[in-house]
Ligand binder design. Structure first.
Ligand code: FES
Ligand code: FES
Length: 155
């Protein structure tokens, strides 16, 4: 298969990489670039643990091809320091012990980042809607929603 050279920004750093047309973004991130925060959960688009930000929008990297990152700005939780809200959310979740096992955490925090970048004053309904695609088997979601709401309010 013909390889493609793709260039993109990963957590603020330029990356140039040869990929196959059918290489999956999640596999490339974890297997070739050592980016381990996007997790392999369902591997079919249902759980949100593989969520990354591509040009500021959440994408399920298990469903995206690596070639889709060509020319884009890609952010994972490792690049939290490149986004104002990501860092604040991370601190608040830690302070509030809002996660238990933490498997869903990178995806939830990036979904919340996308929300707060677009809408810094979300209602609880907005928050629930924004994280609806991120499954958490531990918390019952309440501490997650509270932590996002408190981050938005700067509490
Ligand atoms: S691993 Fe991608 S949505 Fe579940
Ligand atoms: S804290 Fe365990 S899956 Fe969310």
């Amino acid at each position: 298969m013909k390889t493609h050279n793709i260039k993109f920004t990963l957590n603020g750093e330029p990356v140039s990489l040869d990929v196959e047309p059918n290489d999956v973004l999640l596999d490339v991130l974890r297997g070739r670039l050592g980016i381990k925060s996007p997790k392999v959960g369902c591997d079919r688009g249902d759980c949100g643990t593989c969520t990354v930000l591509l040009d500021g929008r959440t994408v399920r990297s298990c469903l995206a091809l690596a070639v889709e990152a060509d020319g884009a700005e890609l952010v994972t939780l490792e690049g939290a320091n490149t986004r104002k809200w990501t860092q604040k959310l991370q601190r608040k979740f830690h302070e509030r012990n809002a996660f238990q096992c933490g498997f869903c955490a990178p995806g939830v925090i990036l979904s919340a980042t996308e929300l707060l970048e677009k809408n810094p004053r979300p209602s609880d309904h907005d928050i629930k809607e924004a994280i609806a695609g991120n499954l958490c088997r531990c918390t019952g979601y309440e501490p997650i929603v509270e932590a996002i709401a408190e981050t938005a309010k700067g509490k």
